[in-house]
Design a protein around this ligand. Sequence first.
Ligand code: NAD
Ligand code: WQD
Length: 337
Amino acid sequence: MKRTILVTGGTGYIGSHTCVALAEHGYDVVIVDNLSNSSSKVVDVIKQLSGQNITFHELDLTDTEALGEVFDAHPIEAVVHFAGLKAVGESVEKPLWYYQTNLVSTMNLLEQMEKHGVWDLVFSSSATVYGDPEQLPIPETASTGATNPYGQTKLMIENICKDVAASNPNWRLAMLRYFNPIGAHASGDLGEDPTGIPNNLVPFVMQVAVGRREKLNVFGDDWDTPDGTGVRDYIHVVDLAAGHLAALENLKEGWDAYNLGTGTGASVLEVVKTTELVTGKPVNYSIAPRRSGDIATSLADPTKANNELDWRADRNIRTMIVDAWNWQSKNPEGFGD
Ligand code: NAD
Ligand code: WQD
């Protein structure tokens, strides 16, 4: 009997790569997504890449009734919860929308899980819960503190899950704190397709390389880093997807949090140089002022996930850029809708 996994936000960037991995590993995948930041075309791509059938329900997680019907209709055994709003700047402008969407969605989900006796949850948290980190690399035991409403929702959800875990010993909840996911499926058929101007570095750099944008603004070259530009722990989205499988298969009673990163950093200028080498295209940039809320360096200590989940992110920055470029050059306009 195949295990049925509900994937919320499964047509999104990280969710879709995880659905491919889940389906390839013999899970029955049921996706719910409201398509607010993704394309319905992704469902067919997941089917093609995995060679498996996938069930898709278009619904908003704030709609409790519709969500309950999905739990009634499928023998769901575990949930991987990606759905939510994720743009830091937008969350500062529209905090209530972020709190409403991310918190209500998650509470509805937990409520339906409890009602239907589904106790296993893997949640998309973020390195943003560490705020401006006091130590590098960052272990899970580091102090937490959000610097924007988006990050607050992640911390609040982590805490809600902690309280839920304490209420009933059946619960098994894993918070996965992703560092900076980039890259794409090696086929070039699945990748990140941001709407509007990309907020994140690599999608922006790819759009410069492909000719959709003129130049990159490098947000500061006076950070306390080797070349003065921000350093981040970039992780290949396919390694990240594998991390979800590992978390699902190693869930333990109660609540736990894991860093998913490589432990190795790359600066903005290293990303630019690697992209130029990989693509053979110039990536024009100019130095701009620091972006509000940015930090100099973010680096994971992934030891806990390496040991307890038997998982490791192996793909290096070059592979991440090769795969991101393969996706971008094959699909210059993304999914085109
Ligand atoms: P994404 O926007 O591509 O995917 C999120 C999906 O959720 C989208 O398909 C969107 O349509 C859907 N969605 C949003 N609100 C919904 C709602 N109310 N009901 C149903 N569906 C809804 O984002 P992603 O990059 O794949 O991120 C997935 C998760 O990982 C998010 O929770 C995000 O906060 C978290 N995360 C992302 C990053 C990153 O850099 N991409 C880093 C850390 C954590
Ligand atoms: C990386 C580096 C920028 C764009 C964000 C969220 C975080 C998490 C991942 C969800 C930084 C620099 C960027 C540009 C630039 N998401 N940069 N020019 O800020 O580390 O993390 O995404 O949880 O919560 O905050 O990622 O890709 O935006 O930036 O110079 O146009 O690139 O200053 O040093 P960040 P990013």
